[in-house]
Design a binder for this molecule. Structure first.
Ligand SMILES: C[S@@+](CC[C@H](N)C(=O)[O-])C[C@H]1O[C@@H](n2cnc3c(N)ncnc32)[C@H](O)[C@@H]1O
Length: 149
């Protein structure tokens, strides 16, 4: 069972790590709870997920693809499962920062190698990559990246 505090804790991380952020793409956002928290804090947020049932937040009922027009300052994913890599690839394509809290891999890779793989993918794209851990139970490690100047 994932920790219910994850939405506020990840929102804290996003605001602290990307000061001045105004617009966020939340990929694989499920019901849109992270969106709800960010919106309540005055940020603009669009959630991308295939789900039809969700909270009344700004929501794109589809997968994110690399050609989606970039209307955000940062792209994030909280336990984004099969969307983890596309978040990093999208950030690289559009020259914006990213932050993901990986959970399951998209190819049966175990958790620790998956974490290393995502960090290496960010570095291979030329990001300054760092890691953090949210103070919660379960899959709590963050991989984040900023384009190098
Ligand atoms: C474990 S849930 C996490 C949902 C939410 N972020 C949370 O923390 O509660 C994973 C979500 O990823 C979505 N998902 C998986 N692959 C996706 C993709 N390629 N594009 C968009 N959403 C995807 C699923 O529909 C599901 O809602």
């Amino acid at each position: 069972m994932a920790d219910k505090r994850r939405f506020t804790l990840f929102a804290d991380f996003i605001e602290a790590s990307f000061p001045g952020v105004k617009a966020v793409f939340d990929v694989a956002g499920g019901q849109g709870k992270l969106n709800e928290v960010l919106t309540a804090r005055g940020l603009s947020c669009v959630t991308f997920d295939r789900r039809v049932k969700h909270l009344p937040v700004t929501y794109a009922e589809r997968e994110l693809h690399l050609d989606e027009p970039c209307a955000c300052d940062v792209i994030v994913g909280l336990h984004p499962d099969g969307a983890t890599r596309v978040i990093v690839d999208y950030a690289a394509t559009h020259g914006i920062p990213f932050a993901v809290v990986p959970c399951c891999s998209d190819n049966s890779m175990p958790y620790n190698p998956w974490m290393r793989h995502i960090a290496e993918l960010g570095r291979a794209h030329g990001f300054d990559v760092w890691e953090a851990t949210l103070p919660m139970e379960g899959r709590a490690r963050v991989v984040a990246g900023r384009p190098k100047r």
